[in-house]
Design a protein around this ligand. Structure first.
Ligand code: UDX
Ligand code: UDX
Length: 480
């Protein structure tokens, strides 16, 4: 039991059964993360890598996931993750299904269990489903024998930390200090985002114990993050900052998408518009790529959370404002399918359509809320024969579309996917798609061959010269 954290004030409340051996300045910390998913796994791998004197454990109820992490082959695809994992696995980074024991040993416990949008009851379709999160809080309370810092890592509605604090500290016993430390990592760049974050946010209570806990977490990140990038604030502001950041990012995407239709009709090029707008330093160049809409586990969920929060506080106009960002996103993928239909003589019945990319964005195997799911379903409703290719997400695609039977084929070779197809719809901007031999593809397609570039990734002019009819988001169609 050499792993201790030292907090003035909290020290007094340590459980009586604890011995004080090893309880001294500068001792190593014992960190636990509950939830070995897209967020918990990479975050802990980086903490273990950057803080070799800390012991880091990651617990999850999913045995298969834990086995995968233990084997050094992460259950998720994330560039650079395997290498970071290899450096600390079984040195100071351990994966376990035994959360109970790990809780007893931990000084700092991150909670990174999933908080999806509720699918049932009050707030269905809007509010966050906090059942996993609450169960985890109760589990921590049941097993902890010494004071803990509990760090809320899952994106949660504002004031969730307060509820967590209430559950954990109800009825006395050992003291828990709850911090908010929202995650800003984006999939595909998670390791870089963790290694070189724009900022780290830590929210805590404005009490001596709260400040000491915040300081303890600051020390973890200060191993590799410049101090000026570590922001400390109150818990509520920290929680809301996370929702606000994702809402702003999603809003930018909906804003540029809201211009893409106009560009297609009027002859403007949405990429030029985005460049021009983005060169204004007050606006900035990022997140202005028009496409088939945003996907991923966070944007829609967080926007809906914000909508639910506003509604709950009687702020109906504000709720409506943010809801419109989601509506615009749904509209964009409908508009894309409507365009496909219109350019294919208003029918795709029996037509083979190759889908290039199923992941919600490039460089990840994650398909949660991927716009491709909706687009494939709509095409199947129109009775097309859909053939899906993706370099990393085919397994997830199979399970996402498992109810569609023979209407969807999953093809690991992009050339074979396009063989005999009337159209290709590029929906995820994998580099691979820019490097294919489109002349070879064109020759094996049914003519006229259509290419719908939902990510503006390909050289439309070159494809047109090969013979394709090219329809790229936010640009004038090039047709023969
Ligand atoms: C999750 C949340 O969805 C997100 O809001 C938050 O910002 C970070 O945590 P992610 O890591 O992508 O995101 O979720 P997921 O990959 O589903 O991982 C959650 C893990 O928690 C799963 O592996 C699941 O098995 C585990 N879990 C869930 C537990 O260990 N215990 C539980 O009671 C519930
Ligand atoms: C996002 C946030 O970026 C991250 O900070 C937060 O912690 C979690 O949610 P992520 O969902 O992994 O990360 O991916 P992100 O790169 O933000 O992309 C989200 C979606 O927006 C993708 O479907 C992507 O294709 C789309 N997108 C992004 C666009 O359509 N256009 C753009 O310009 C940028």
């Amino acid at each position: 039991m050499g792993w201790r954290w030292h907090l003035p004030g909290v020290e007094k409340k340590r459980h009586e059964s604890e011995t004080l051996d090893g309880w001294e300045e500068g001792m190593k910390k014992n960190i636990l993360c509950i939830g070995a998913g897209y967020v918990g796994g990479p975050t802990m791998a980086v903490i273990a890598d950057r803080c070799p004197e800390y012991r880091v454990q990651v617990a999850d109820i999913n045995e298969a996931r834990i086995r995968a992490w233990q084997s050094g082959e992460p259950p998720i695809y994330e560039p650079g993750l395997k290498e970071v994992l290899a450096r600390s696995l079984n040195r100071n980074l351990f994966f376990t299904t035994n959360a109970d024991q790990a809780i007893e040993e931990a000084d700092i416990i991150f909670v990174s269990v999933n908080t999806p949008t509720k699918t049932f009851g009050e707030g269905a379709g809007l509010a966050a489903d906090l059942q996993h999160w609450e169960r985890t809080a109760r589990q921590i309370k049941a097993r902890a024998r010494s004071p803990k810092i509990v760090v809320e890592k899952s994106t949660v509605p504002v004031r969730t930390a307060e509820a967590m604090d209430y559950i954990l500290n109800a009825g006395g016993g050992v003291h828990f200090e709850v911090l908010s430390n929202p995650e800003f990592l984006a999939e595909g760049t998670a390791i870089r985002d963790l290694m070189e974050p724009d900022r780290v946010l830590i929210g805590g209570r404005d009490t001596a114990e709260g400040k000491a806990a915040v300081q303890s977490l600051v020390e973890v990140y200060a191993h590799w993050v410049p101090r000026e990038r570590i922001l400390t604030m109150d818990v509520w502001s920290s929680e809301l900052s996370k929702l606000a950041s994702n809402a702003f990012l999603a809003q930018r995407i909906s804003s540029i998408n809201a211009l893409s239709g106009l560009c297609e009709i009027t002859g403007a090029d949405v990429r030029d518009v985005a460049t021009a707008v983005g060169m204004d330093r007050r606006i900035g160049p990022h997140f202005l790529n028009a496409g088939v809409g945003f996907g991923g586990s966070c944007f829609q969920k967080d926007l809906l959370n914000l909508v639910y929060l506003c509604e709950g506080h009687g702020l109906h106009n504000e709720a409506e404002y943010w809801r419109q960002v989601v509506r615009m996103n749904e509209h964009q993928r409908h508009r894309f399918v409507r365009g496909m239909l219109a350019h294919m003589f208003n029918t795709v019945v029996g037509k083979r359509i190759a889908i290039f990319g199923f992941a919600f964005k490039a460089n990840t195997g994650d398909t949660r809320e991927s716009p491709t799911i909706h687009i494939c379903r709509q095409l199947v409703e129109e009775r097309a024969q859909v053939v899906v290719h993706d370099p990393q997400a085919l397994d997830n695609a199979r399970s996402d579309l498992s109810d569609l039977g023979d209407a969807v084929i999953f093809e690991p070779d992009p050339y074979r996917a396009a063989e005999g197809a009337h159209a290709i719809a590029l929906l995820t901007a994998w580099n691979l798609y820019a490097q294919l031999d489109y002349r070879r593809i064109y020759e094996r397609m049914i003519q006229p061959a259509c290419l719908f570039d939902g990510r503006n990734q390909l050289d439309a002019e070159a494809l047109f010269r090969i013979g394709f009819n090219v329809y790229a988001i936010g640009r004038t169609p090039r047709t023969h």
